[in-house]
Design a protein. Structure first.
Length: 193
């Protein structure tokens, strides 16, 4: 909770509920005989979602189908997943989770490419700087977060194992490898904020 603060989670809750409600509203307009109701998410659910995603990373289960993570087969069963969420709710939250205000995104997209994540990313990077005092020796390196989705600034780096993804400049402590500061490389911007 030092890095993903309650203020950050409150924003994610607000933006996720905003996106889901707009999707459900559109669904109900198109299908008046089969109306659906969004059950608003809250901070507890978002912290649970983050916890399960971190657990999936620790278990190296990011490519594992959700049906396997929620299986009832005693050979493969992982009680943590079933105790946290239903598979449907987990999938639903992953579909609707948002990190910015969708109603103003198009306007902000005209000025910057990273508008969909900037607010939350800057808050996270600030927390990284706030809670650690680095040693006298720092290093700057480019990290590549593997990604092949729709993004106006993903890059190709043949020297990295993933090769395609989002490039992040990181200032790291030499002794502990702690990422003291982070900046996403978005290429040339029309104007900086």
């Amino acid at each position: 909770m030092l890095f993903v603060t309650p203020e950050i989670v409150d924003k994610v809750v607000e933006y996720t509920n905003q996106k889901a409600e707009s999707v459900y509203l559109l669904w109900n307009l198109i299908h008046p005989s089969n109306k659906r109701k969004w059950i608003p998410t809250n901070t507890t659910e978002i912290y649970g979602l983050i916890g399960l995603l971190v657990t999936m990373g620790a278990l190296k289960a990011k490519r594992e189908p959700l049906s396997m993570l929620w299986t009832t087969d005693p050979m493969y069963k992982r009680d943590l997943f079933q105790a946290s969420f239903s598979r449907y709710r987990f999938s639903e939250l992953l579909s609707y989770v948002r990190f910015d205000d969708m109603s103003t995104r198009e306007e902000r997209k005209q000025k910057e490419k990273f508008c969909a994540f900037r607010e939350i990313f800057i808050a996270f990077a600030l927390e990284c700087r706030t809670h650690y005092y680095p040693c006298n020796h720092l290093t700057v390196d480019a990290a590549l977060v593997a990604f092949r989705g729709k993004c106006p600034f993903w890059v190709y780096m043949k020297s990295k194992p993933a090769r395609y993804g989002i490039k992040i400049w990181a200032i790291c402590d030499v002794e502990s490898s702690y990422a003291f500061n982070l900046q996403v490389c978005t290429g040339k911007e029309k104007s900086r904020l």
